[in-house]
Design a protein around this ligand. Structure first.
Ligand code: ADP
Length: 198
């Protein structure tokens, strides 16, 4: 069986930095956020289904999903949110499974900010948490996205608390120093994962 590593961490923790490092080592990384966008591209069954349930107003003129219109709808109604998730979650899961299975590298990584929240960790054999203090998360996310502090705090509040993720993860890397320090810790784990994958 293929060794699949689940990689997670809150916003600004350093997930993308870690993913890129693993990719540079030749490890295929499937990104749940990317898959979530792929499954609602024009021509995809999930987009047809969303159009059927929510109407043509959730489409832009060029046929792409009008994310803002859809966000407004699900923001106002829990039922609508559940309907949307009933369409997208199975499609995302299926596509993730297909991409993980198709990947050809010594082991494969599924990176997801909501790995535990959406039970995507069930698709993996082992999990790695990229961990950082909330203060550092906010500082990095604000620097990267130029979003205001309140928006970042809202996203953090909607994610599983750091302590809970620490309980669930098999491995934890504390990303509170220089990037080189992050990469050193990842290198050690990478060697363990290569051995496990054999
Ligand atoms: P995530 O994907 O978890 O939201 P990123 O990997 O994008 O987080 O990191 C957020 C920002 O902080 C990025 O601009 C990244 O380059 C930077 N960053 C991450 N880790 C460190 C670190 N150890 N030192 C300095 N900057 C970092």
């Amino acid at each position: 069986m293929k060794f699949i590593l689940g990689l997670t961490g809150g916003i600004g923790s350093g997930k993308s930095a870690a993913s890129h490092w693993f990719e540079q080592q030749g490890i295929v990384v499937v990104d749940a956020d990317v898959v979530a966008r792929e499954v609602v591209e024009p021509g995809q069954p999930a987009l047809f289904e969303i159009q059927r349930v929510f109407g043509d107003e959730i489409l832009l003129e060029d046929g792409h999903l009008n994310r803002r219109a859809l966000r407004d709808i699900v923001f106002q109604s829990n039922t609508a949110r559940e309907q949307l998730e009933a369409i997208t979650h199975p499609a995302i899961r299926l596509s993730i499974i297909e991409q993980l299975q198709a990947a050809e590298s010594p082991y494969v990584i599924l990176v997801s900010p909501l790995l535990f929240e959406t039970n995507q960790h069930e698709l993996t054999q082992h999990t790695l948490l990229i961990d950082a203090s909330v203060e550092l998360q906010i500082q990095r996310a604000v620097q990267r996205d130029g979003q205001n502090i309140e928006q970042i705090k809202k996203i953090i509040a909607a994610q599983m608390p750091r302590e809970q993720k620490q309980q669930l993860a098999d491995d934890i890397v504390l990303n509170d120093g220089h990037l080189d320090h992050l990469y050193q810790q990842l290198e050690k784990l990478h060697q363990q994962y290569l051995l496990r994958a054999k």
